[in-house]
Design a protein around this ligand. Structure first.
Ligand code: KG4
Ligand code: ZN
Length: 353
């Protein structure tokens, strides 16, 4: 079955993104980031996020169609993030997609943001020509690490994934963001820590790794976060200023400990479930230390490692359009009259389709 290009819309948090994907290839992609707007608040302000999505959604949509050199008449379908996310922000994308589906007579599918992060491993880089290009084989193990999620899934197909385990407390991205704030680094914390760790000694500070004595697929970052807070408070009490080599060493030590836990739990889950292909997806998958550690560990264990391409790790709409195309091809349709936001998401246990 073939299908016209699929337009994807993402407005679940602080990026207004629209992209067009066909045959798994990104034909056009635009992201209007709100990072500079939320920077001074040290985090995303939901109401401000929703208002800015309203301002940017239509110009972003037009720009993505222009990039793809397509008119609405040439599209085959629409996909929109409808869970999980900030409810006001989600509604902007959903209302836009519902209206366009009715006006342009296109099939519509609602997308789980986390599943889309993972399915981004299937996107084909625009420059790869020909019919064969390497992709992870189903079923694969996926580590989804974002600002709100740290979960392991057995992925069996588009819209069909089984939750194997998740964090018991903070998400990994949240831990990066909170540590960065404590250390005086700007929001969003993950990229700041990634950059700030360059030239730092990852072993200067002894930190808890978390979940060491267990054999399940659960994560925990609260112990590491508390250890960092106590360390920073002690350093400040000694009159030390968090800058220069000290700051680099703190960033490198935190990052190393956080990544080591992510790698260890992922590898033991792959072993326990006999899964040989490992996908790492979501904003934290952009972390260079995580990619390095996971790559080395997978190689040593004889596993295939599939980090999502850098451009598709943090929030984007290519991943929404990509999963949308796969779901529409599989026959999934949602009602444009009733598709609604699910702020907390449903993909907790069992299949999430
Ligand atoms: O997937 P994403 O863009 O949005 C959510 O769905 O949450 O992930 C955002 C999270 C933030 O916590 C951000 O600090 C983190 O991903 N992040 C990183 C890096 N880039 C983004 N964390 C560590 N290293 C990075 N390079
Ligand atoms: Zn995300």
């Amino acid at each position: 079955m073939t299908f016209g290009p699929v337009l994807g819309i993402e407005t679940s948090c602080d990026e207004t993104a629209v992209a067009v994907v066909q045959h798994g290839i990104v034909r056009g992609s635009r992201i209007a980031t709100q990072v500079p707007i939320h920077l001074r608040f040290g985090g995303v302000v939901p109401e401000i996020a929703a208002r800015n999505h309203l301002l940017t959604i239509l110009p972003t949509l037009e720009a993505a169609l222009d990039d793809a050199q397509l008119t609405p008449q040439q599209l085959g379908g629409l996909a929109v993030t409808h869970r999980p996310g900030l409810v006001g922000a989600l509604l902007v994308g959903i209302q836009t997609a519902r209206t366009l589906a009715l006006a342009w007579h296109l099939p519509l599918v609602g997308i789980d943001h986390i599943e889309a992060h993972v399915w981004a491993a299937m996107l084909r880089p625009p420059k790869v020509e020909g019919s064969a290009w390497p992709k992870p084989s189903l079923p694969f193990l996926a580590l989804a690490v974002s600002g709100g999620h740290t979960s392991l899934y057995r992925v069996e197909g588009p819209g069909s994934s089984i939750l194997l385990g998740r964090t018991l407390d903070d998400a990994a991205g949240e831990a990066f963001d909170k540590f960065a704030k404590l250390a005086g680094l700007p929001y969003p914390g993950g990229p700041s820590v990634d950059q700030g760790s360059e030239g730092g000694d990852p072993h200067r500070f002894v930190l808890p790794r978390g979940m060491l004595g267990r054999d399940d697929a659960a994560f925990s970052f609260s112990g590491l976060k508390t250890a960092m807070r106590l360390k920073i408070e002690a350093l400040r009490a000694e009159g030390q200023v968090l800058e220069g080599q000290l700051l680099k060493d703190l960033c490198a030590s935190f990052q190393h400990a956080a990544c080591e836990q992510l790698v260890r739990v992922t590898l033991r889950t792959a072993r326990a479930h006999g899964l040989r292909h490992v996908v790492v997806a979501g904003g934290v998958a952009a972390n260079r230390e995580l990619r390095r550690q996971m790559g080395a560990a997978c190689e040593a264990a004889g596993l295939r490692f599939w980090p999502v391409p850098m451009a598709y790790c943090t929030d984007n709409a290519s991943m929404i359009a990509g999963l949308g195309e796969a779901l529409l091809l599989a026959g999934r349709r949602d009602d444009p009259h009733s598709l609604d936001a699910v702020p907390t998401g449903l993909a907790r246990r069992g299949t999430s389709a």
